[in-house]
Design a protein around this ligand. Structure first.
Ligand code: BMA
Length: 319
């Protein structure tokens, strides 16, 4: 009998992440003025409340970070005005003048840190804000050399050091893999090492990048990432996947889901500024084991999906 090259299992779950029926949870219409787009926002849950640091753009394509608050993680209310950023700081202006975007929020020792991408003639770099109250934000400068994005800080020091994942670009084609590096002070980073590459995922041969802040679990750091493949005419498709990193040595992959856990399929994911994009910047583990996964859809609107820790760990075990 001939066998099938990749045995198909009809019991494989169709969905690991279920879309919230109220998606999108934020659109440009929820913000004042000529705000047009909101997507790829960072979210943290702190003392029972949810704080979203939104990536927002207006009709002239100026970028803002904009805080929105929620009691339940689904209904967010944007504050009246965007976050004030130091446009009078020559360094911030030089490195962010095209745009600053894709915030990820991590709490460390009582302080909230927001890693963002910063785009200028020097190509993309990573920058860092800190805040203790989401009212005043202090910019701590750039924390990477050019051609790096998707910076994500781990939520605790590991072996006495701050740790981050990021995605340096390789070559002019913008390919790339996920790397780890370490810092004594969040500003100076080193001992960079490639953790996992695009070749590790069938569905992401163009590039992969870290997405949500990793979640500590008994089986390792649960890390949700995005993976990109090219379709015809250099059209990119962005999907989400998940892997586990060793708790003590986050440069080591413990397990990885072969499958993607979120694939653009809904109208709001397939059509918009950039079609066929789901892009995750935050995942919140709740006390009951459910996980809220926040993602931007089609570079246009903000969405949330629901999963459970059990399902995500089972996916990493390829069950
Ligand atoms: C990436 C980033 C994201 C964006 C994605 C899809 O390179 O710039 O902000 O969502 O492309 O366009």
């Amino acid at each position: 009998m001939p066998s099938i090259f990749h045995p198909f299992d009809p019991k494989r779950p169709k969905e690991i992440v279920r879309r919230y029926e109220g998606n999108p949870i934020l659109t440009g219409a929820d913000f004042p003025g000529d705000i047009t787009w909101v997507f790829n926002s960072g979210v943290i849950k702190d003392e029972g409340r949810y704080i979203m640091v939104c990536r927002v753009e207006d009709s002239a394509l100026y970028a803002y970070m904009w805080v929105a608050d929620s009691e339940d993680g689904f209904h967010f209310t944007p504050r009246p005005m965007p976050v004030k950023v130091p446009l009078d700081d020559p360094e911030f202006k030089e490195y962010s003048f095209r745009t600053y975007y894709d915030p990820r929020v991590t709490k460390l020792d009582g302080v909230f840190y927001i890693v963002h991408a910063a785009h200028s003639k020097h190509a993309c770099r990573l920058g860092l804000f800190r805040t203790i109250d989401f009212d005043e934000f202090e910019w701590m400068g750039c924390i990477s050399e050019p051609d790096n994005r998707n910076g994500v800080l781990f939520p605790e020091k590991i072996n006495g050091e701050y740790v981050r994942l990021d995605r340096p670009n390789i070559g002019s084609g913008g390919d790339g893999d996920i790397w780890v590096s370490y810092s004594p002070d969040l500003v100076h980073w080193g001992r960079s090492k490639c953790v996992i590459g695009r070749e590790d995922f069938r569905w992401a041969w163009k590039k992969i990048g870290p997405g949500a802040v990793p979640i500590r679990t008994s089986e390792g750091w649960l890390t949700i990432f995005h993976g990109v493949r090219t379709q015809c005419a250099q059209h990119y498709v962005y999907q989400s996947g998940v892997f586990l990193l060793d708790l003590d040595d986050p440069s080591k992959v413990v397990a990885k889901a072969e499958r993607a856990i979120l694939v653009p399929q809904m109208e709001y994911e397939l059509s918009g500024q950039t079609p066929s994009v789901v892009f995750t910047n935050a995942a919140i583990l709740e006390d009951d084991g459910s996980v809220k996964i926040y993602y931007g859809a089609a570079d246009s609107v903000q969405c949330v999906g629901l999963s459970t820790l059990d399902e995500l760990l089972a996916a990493c075990r390829n069950e």
